[in-house]
Design a protein around this ligand. Structure first.
Ligand code: PEP
Length: 253
C-alpha cells in the first residue's frame, strides 16, 4: 500500500492585506518548520500577494500555489494571469475547478479541463476540486456529479496526468458554511474517486492524494484525516488565522 504524504493547503481566497500576509506567512513558516518531512503545507494567496509570499517563503519548505489561472500561455486577455507567470513567481500548485470558480464565474467542465491542461503544460501541479451542491446531494446525485467532473478531466488529459495532480473533494454545501461532511460521508466519496481512477490505472489511483475541503477546523481535522482515503485538507476560512491553521497541519501528522 502506497504511503501518501498528507497535504494541508490554505486557500486565502480574496482576503488579506500586505500586513496580514506578512504576519500569517511568518507565523506559518515558523510553526510548520518541524513538519516539513511529514506534511506538505501549501499556501494559496491572492494573485497580488504572490510575489510577497514567494519572497517570505524563501528557505522554507512551505510551498505556494495560485487560486486559478488562465488556460492561455499569453495574449490579449486583459486581467488574466497565465501559468508561466505563476511559475515565474514561485507557484508550484494551482487550484482548478474550485466551486466558487465553477458557480460564481461559470467555469464549465471544458474550461476546467483546459485550465488543468494549461497547468500541467508549465509544470504546475493542479489541485482539481470536485463536489456536489446540496440539492444534488439531496437528489442522490453526488456520485454522478463527482464522476462527471472527474471523467471530463481524465478524458481531456489521460489518466497519466494524475501522477502530477491532486484532487480535492469539496462538497459545495460545506464550503464556508460551518457544515462539514462527517469523516464517514467524506470517506465514502473519497473511496469512489479513488475507485474511478483505479478503473483507469490502479497504481496511479493508489498514489494520488485526495484532499477534503469544507469547513475543516482544528477540532474536526483529526477525524477526517484519519480516514484511509483522505490525504489532507483544503482549508478556506480557518487558514486565515495562523494558530488554527497550524493546529490543522499538526493534525495531519
Ligand atoms: C475552500 O474554499 O476551499 C474551503 C474549503 O473553504 P472553508 O474551509 O471556509 O469551508
Amino acid at each position: 500500500m502506497e504511503k501518501r504524504n498528507k497535504i494541508v493547503a490554505g486557500n486565502w481566497k480574496m482576503h488579506g492585506s500586505r500586513a496580514l500576509v506578512q504576519s500569517l506567512v511568518t507565523a506559518i513558516k515558523e510553526g510548520a518548520a518541524s513538519l516539513s518531512d511529514q506534511v506538505d503545507v501549501i499556501l494559496f494567496p491572492s494573485f497580488v500577494h504572490v510575489p510577497l509570499v514567494n519572497q517570505l517563503l524563501e528557505n522554507s519548505a512551505v510551498m505556494m500555489g495560485a487560486q486559478t489561472l488562465d488556460a492561455h500561455a499569453s495574449g490579449a486577455f486583459t486581467g488574466e494571469i497565465s501559468g508561466p507567470m505563476l511559475i515565474d513567481y514561485g507557484c508550484r500548485y494551482v487550484l482548478v475547478g474550485h466551486s466558487e470558480r465553477r458557480h460564481l464565474f461559470h467555469e464549465g467542465l471544458s474550461v476546467v479541463a483546459e485550465k488543468f491542461k494549461a497547468a500541467l503544460r508549465v509544470g504546475l501541479q493542479p489541485i482539481l476540486c470536485v463536489g456536489e451542491t446540496l440539492p444534488q446531494r439531496e437528489q442522490g446525485l453526488t456520485e454522478n456529479i463527482i464522476h462527471e467532473q472527474l471523467a471530463s478531466v481524465i478524458e481531456a488529459v489521460s489518466i497519466d496526468a494524475f501522477q502530477q495532480a491532486v484532487i480535492a473533494y469539496e462538497p459545495v454545501w460545506a464550503i464556508g458554511t460551518g457544515l462539514t461532511a462527517t469523516p464517514d460521508e467524506a470517506q465514502t466519496v473519497h473511496r469512489l474517486i479513488r475507485q474511478q481512477l483505479a478503473d483507469c490505472h490502479r497504481d496511479i489511483a493508489n498514489a494520488v492524494r485526495i484532499l477534503y475541503g469544507g469547513s475543516v477546523k482544528a477540532d474536526n481535522a483529526k477525524g477526517l484525516f484519519a480516514m484511509p482515503d483522505i490525504d489532507g485538507g483544503l482549508i478556506g476560512g480557518a487558514s486565515l488565522e495562523a494558530t488554527g491553521f497550524l493546529a490543522i497541519c499538526h493534525a495531519a501528522v
